[in-house]
Design a protein around this ligand. Structure first.
Ligand SMILES: *Cc1c(COP(=O)(O)O)cnc(C)c1O
Length: 368
């Protein structure tokens, strides 16, 4: 018999370290939950009906999701094989990272960016190479290129960037792709692309078939308001998506999710009208924040970023006291989702209160 060295089960230390990561607080019943970039609108009636009508949950879903994939393929001008579905695009990111990396391999991404990236890379056993954002909270693409090494397997570009809201332009992205070696997978994470109103922004739909090493990841969680159903998709070269499919947990995209996504595409005008309203509200909030004196990057997702620096924890508490649950990133800043229009007054009052009572770095004189 082997003598145990310790009485606790041996776990991977990098995983144990991740588990210590703190989660955002749930909202009180009368507070606005603006901490998860969710869509504030109730699902459209057609989606509710589609979920109710999807066939018995005693049966497994269509593993291939062919109908939805064909629909998405048609819009992107690609073959069905070049579209992959996942239970949220985060699960597709996890699959791609597992498919392409392991111990000793590196994944380059901008930082601060999506909080899931470091965890997904660690779970794959690979190494994160975070590249600091520029002073104006954008991806530093030339620094990201310079961070590519022999060991790099993946570069993730997030546009609009969560949590700073900034975009990568189409021409910046084209220059970047021209410089990245084609054996490195580039993932363009476009979770918020539907909210973009800046014409210069990169758009993965216009890049179909152009690059042999590009996968575009999108989701129905944000603009389409299906976060709770878990459905996202990726578009890219078939052999890369096949590798992602190989790493996936089978049958995790439910039939209800597939039906709801199809119906959302059928009724896209209604859905995109809501997206448009949120984008307008976002721009109003942004203008008011700039008027208060905040130096806020021009947001292109469904959220705004306040660089509150060392005041972040105290500022988050001020927002919470005002009935606004935000997402604080320790000593860096606060991300606030654009939600119910009734939340805006409270949000702006709390932001003004932060300005009055806390030292706020990156605070510029009001523009005319
Ligand atoms: C929300 C989000 C996703 C996708 O989330 P899912 O709900 O898993 O589809 C992907 N990337 C970023 C940057 C996000 O903010």
């Amino acid at each position: 018999m082997i003598e145990p060295l310790s009485s606790t089960v041996r776990l991977r230390p990098e995983i144990v370290a991740l588990a210590a990561y703190a989660q955002g607080k749930p909202a009180d019943s009368d507070a606005f939950k603006l901490s998860s970039n969710e869509n504030p609108f109730d699902p459209i009636p057609e989606v509710v009906r589609a979920i109710a009508a999807s066939s018995g949950v005693n049966r497994y879903p269509d593993a291939a999701g062919v109908e939805l994939r064909a629909r998405l393929a048609w819009r992107f001008g690609v073959r069905t094989e070049e579209v992959h579905l996942g239970a949220g695009s985060v699960s597709i990111l996890a699959q791609l990272i597992s498919a392409a990396t392991g111990p000793g391999d590196e994944v380059v991404y901008s930082w601060r960016s999506f909080e899931a990236y470091p965890g997904l890379v660690a779970v794959a056993g690979a190494t994160s190479v975070p590249v600091p954002n520029t002073a104006d909270d954008r991806h530093d693409l030339s620094a990201m290129l310079a961070a590519i090494s022999e060991r790099t397997r993946i570069v993730i570009v997030c546009s609009p960037n969560n949590p700073t809201g900034s975009i990568v332009t189409a021409s910046e992205f084209a220059d970047f792709m021209a410089a990245v070696p084609t054996h490195i997978l580039v993932i363009l994470d476009e979770a918020y692309v539907e909210f973009v109103t800046d014409d210069s922004a990169v758009n993965g739909r216009e890049l179909s078939g152009r690059y042999p090493n590009l996968v575009v990841a999108r989701t129905f969680s944000k603009a389409y308001g299906l976060a709770g159903l878990r459905i996202g998709y990726a578009v890219g070269p078939e052999y890369i998506l096949d590798a992602a499919r190989t790493t996936s947990i089978p049958l995790s995209v439910t039939e209800a999710a597939q039906r709801a996504a199809i119906v959302s595409l059928d009724h896209e005008t209604v859905v995109l009208e809501r997206v448009h309203r949120l984008a307008m509200l976002r721009d109003e909030v942004w203008r008011s924040l700039v008027d208060q004196g905040w130096s806020v990057p021009r947001p292109q997702g469904n959220f705004v970023w306040l660089a509150t620096g060392a005041s972040t924890a105290a500022a988050a508490e001020l927002f919470a006291a005002a009935g606004i649950v935000v997402r604080p990133f320790t000593a860096e800043g606060i991300r606030i989702s654009i939600g119910e229009s009734q939340s805006v007054d409270k949000l702006l009052k709390a932001a003004a209160e932060v300005v009055r009572t806390l030292p706020t770095p990156r605070f510029a004189p009001a523009l005319d």
